[in-house]
Write a protein that binds this ligand. Structure first.
Ligand SMILES: *Cc1c(COP(=O)(O)O)cnc(C)c1O
Length: 447
């Protein structure tokens, strides 16, 4: 752990040090870079400035630093028992982001997003959530700044997964099953299909529509993918750098699971800075599910960030925004694309990507639970699985590697995944090339 006085006071903006900077997001109507004016109807001004910034360091406001202290620093832990179980010469460290009040890394960006909206005089926030990890983080953050929050939660999750909805309610948020009658997008769908169980794309449409309709007092916020979200998550890596220094070790390999890229960026970018500016050679590895392989099998293209086609066109590795991933338990990793910074880094071969089948991830989660005592979120088990792969490789090669991975969250609200796994009801899903070609072919070639 770090003392409060040693906590980071700045976020790290990797764009300043990238050999090739990411291409700009485009306005779908004009195919020209999006303007700040257009984005400011949806997002708070300072968040848009951060989205476009090329400054290396951005100060963390005092009020945000104070709230971070509720759970930060998060522990850096040496996984001695896991090492012993694997009989590996590798040293395995993990950063435990599961200790936040919402149980994941997401409050790291929820707190500053709520703060900048509050500072601008915004009164209401809207967002969408699938299984509820993001919704619960932004609910926690909103109430600290007296913001009223509406969360559009995909109806099927709303009915099947009541616990994060109740967390949001406990933190004062209004949770609405999507499709709803509050928006035109929702009403249109319900008129055609009253039984519609919703989708993330539709929930985004509802949340964005509600924000755009009240330009004076309402804004929308998003929990992953965008540059400013990745920026806020760098508190993880900045802490980890200092904590690794306290151990006397430096990681050869840094690993994060990958949905839209925020916790991966959080643990990885600070160590990439070491590669870019100090001649370090750390491998930084993103881990995705085999059923949603945008990094390992997707194409580098301009695509929409959402299924509905509301966002600007973003240059990204993508499976196409119409790609329908299998219904795996790591719901947070079922996103069709990767943010523009991470995509550029991968294109330039400055980071690596691996995909893992579902049964390997759950087996890794169970081994981790038994050895380190913490039950990981189904998303986080992907990082655990690759840490195990690398530790076993180190054993085979007889090289004492130092491995660091990010434990993005605990799994105590996702035990259903473990229940299904123990009952033998989970499968591995591999996507066919045909499926990927079909959804990628629908994209307009802009690069
Ligand atoms: C949301 C979530 C993820 C995936 O999102 P990223 O933006 O890729 O980090 C991973 N782990 C947990 C615990 C999550 O809640």
């Amino acid at each position: 752990m770090l003392a409060d006085t040693e906590l980071p006071t700045r976020w790290y903006n990797i764009v300043a040090d990238m050999p090739t900077r990411p291409l700009p997001p485009l306005d779908p109507a004009t195919k020209k870079p999006v303007t700040k004016e257009k984005m400011s109807a949806i997002f708070a001004e300072e968040l848009i400035d951060q989205e476009m910034s090329t400054e290396r360091w951005i100060e963390i406001p005092d009020q945000v630093q104070d709230l971070y202290k509720i759970w930060r620093s998060t522990p850096l832990v040496r996984a001695y028992n896991l090492e012993k179980a694997l009989d590996t010469p590798a040293k395995i460290y993990f950063k435990n982001e599961g200790v936040s009040p919402a149980g994941s890394h997401k409050p790291n960006t929820a707190i500053p997003q709520a703060y900048y909206n509050y500072k601008q005089g915004i009164k209401h926030l809207t967002t969408e959530t699938g299984a509820g990890q993001w919704g619960s983080a932004i609910a926690l953050a909103s109430q600290y700044f007296g913001l009223d929050l509406k969360v559009f939660m995909v109806k099927v999750s709303y009915n099947q997964k009541p616990y994060r909805k109740l967390m949001m309610n406990a933190w004062g948020a209004d949770v609405i099953a999507s499709p709803s009658t509050l928006t035109e997008a929702g009403r249109n769908v319900l008129a055609r299909d009253p039984e519609c169980s919703g989708s993330l794309g539709l929930a985004i449409s509802e949340a964005v529509e509600m924000a755009i309709k009240d330009p004076e007092h309402t804004r929308y916020c998003l929990g992953s993918v965008l540059n400013h979200v990745l920026l806020h998550q760098t508190v993880i890596g900045e802490e980890a750098l200092r904590q690794m220094e306290m151990t006397g070790d430096y990681p050869d390999i840094v690993i994060g699971c990958f949905g839209g890229g925020s916790n991966f960026a959080g643990i990885g970018f600070s160590f990439l800075r070491g590669n870019f500016t100090e001649g370090r050679k750390t491998r930084v590895v993103a881990v995705e599910p085999q059923s949603c392989p945008k990094l390992t099998r997707g194409e580098f293209q301009y695509d929409f960030g959402d299924v509905a086609g509301f966002t600007p066109l973003i240059p990204m590795y993508t499976l196409g925004h119409n790609f329908q991933p299998a219904d795996i338990h790591a719901g947070g990793l079922r996103y069709h694309g990767a943010g523009s910074i991470v995509s550029q880094l991968l294109k330039d071969k400055l980071i690596e990507a691996q995909s893992v089948p579902q049964l390997e991830t759950m087996a890794a989660g169970v081994l981790f639970s038994k050895t380190e005592g913490i039950i990981p979120a189904p998303e986080s088990t992907h990082a655990v699985a690759v840490a195990i792969r690398e530790a076993l490789k180190a054993k085979e090669e007889g090289t004492p590697k130092t491995i660091l991975f990010n434990l993005s969250g605990h799994g105590l609200v996702d035990l259903y995944a473990y229940e299904q796994y123990f009952a033998g009801k989970l499968n591995n899903y591999e996507v066919t090339d045909e499926e990927i070609r079909r959804t990628v072919a629908q994209l307009e070639k802009l690069i």
